[in-house]
Design a protein around this ligand. Sequence first.
Ligand SMILES: *[C@@H]1O[C@H](CO)[C@@H](O)[C@H](O)[C@H]1NC(C)=O
Ligand SMILES: *[C@@H]1O[C@H](CO)[C@@H](O)[C@H](O)[C@H]1NC(C)=O
Length: 419
Amino acid sequence: MKTFAVLLCLVVAGAAFEETMKTILKSPRSTLQLYKQFKAKEHLKFSSKEDRKRFRQFKKSAKLVADLNEHSNTVKYAVNFFSTMSKAEKAQYTGLNITGHFAHKPKLSAGLQSAPASKLWTEDKAVTKVQNQGGCGSCWSFGAIAGLETRYKVFSGKLRKFAEQEYLDCVYEGTANGCDGGWPDDCYTYSKNKRAGQLSSQVSYPYKETDGTCKFGTNALIAYRISGFTEVGGTEAENIAALAQGSLSVAFEVTDNSQQYSSGIMKDTTCSGSPNHAVAAVGYTPEYVLAKNSWGDAWGEGGFIRFARNHHNCGLFQYSSYPSLTGTGYADTNAEDAAADYTPGDNSSSDTSGGGSSTCVDLAIDCDAWMCEYDSLKSIMQEWCQKTCGYCTDGGSSGECASGTIRCSDGVCRHEHMC
Ligand SMILES: *[C@@H]1O[C@H](CO)[C@@H](O)[C@H](O)[C@H]1NC(C)=O
Ligand SMILES: *[C@@H]1O[C@H](CO)[C@@H](O)[C@H](O)[C@H]1NC(C)=O
């Protein structure tokens, strides 16, 4: 009990948006408890020797997350599936091979098309669902395909889920292992030169997370074919003008910080200058550029990330391109594929309350339902995460639980399998 009293005092003495994580990390015993809880949530199991290494990595990541959250008010970070990984394992989730490629120069002499103040292609149901590339450096294939899908929808009226696996297997067939990295524009060149502008549907050629033998599935580029690609000039204004017309394949540098991104508007200042990851830009507002990542929908904002406007964003505007599409004369009459149902939140990271009773709010910014399953920290969670953990007294037991959790029979909000 003594420990809790000390911890509570530390919390109470802290800043307005105290970090629950920071408080927990002050006690080795509590940190270990949190790690156990984290492993249960992520379904992780390690041998005992391995576990010591993973625990060290977890502590490092949790400390980084706590420090970042303490100094940020536009973005929220969280421990996630990257938090127990080694540097090499984390790098496998990227895969941009930038060798031989250079930052695009401005092309401003060409004149800029006027762009509306905002355009979010997710609102037009023109972005397919988020996927996970897994531990294969195939980001380049995901970036190229997400850069294509919205444009095909704009041109043909149909949202199509194209096959990342065709590019992964075929673009470097016989020359390199696609899971070792690649370049998105090589995909468009491959489609143009080797496939007469065509590309398989994903349903006919599913993603396997490993580079296999090149095959063709059912062509899904029906109304338009790929006739090459256009490099976007390397300024933010040129990227926005191009993004107003459809999605872009974009590159940026992933850092330890950005891998722990959870929500809000990211403004990374820790990159070294060499982009290592490809994604697709799928919208913008005056405040941010919206990108679709390939790390599953448990990462970031349902798999998406928002980058600050008027910021370099670790190279984000310097390597963008989009496929050129040429009409085939055929109409695409097939049913559409499923769209992602993402809508961006507002730009403040402190709003974790998610509606409901106005007097019952979380006081900490990093309340996560999985952290509530933790008897020895109950008093801290009651104080700082009362809404997320379901400790509200003002009729709170009928209030809404945080998304992804339900109210168990004891009145506390948890993930369903933990009731
Ligand atoms: C990266 O690209 C260069 C040039 O295309 C190539 O020589 C190199 O083998 C590639 N690296 C990997 C790991 O595939
Ligand atoms: C978001 O940012 C815009 C412009 O910076 C500002 O006008 C608006 O009030 C912000 N919204 C929130 C909820 O902070």
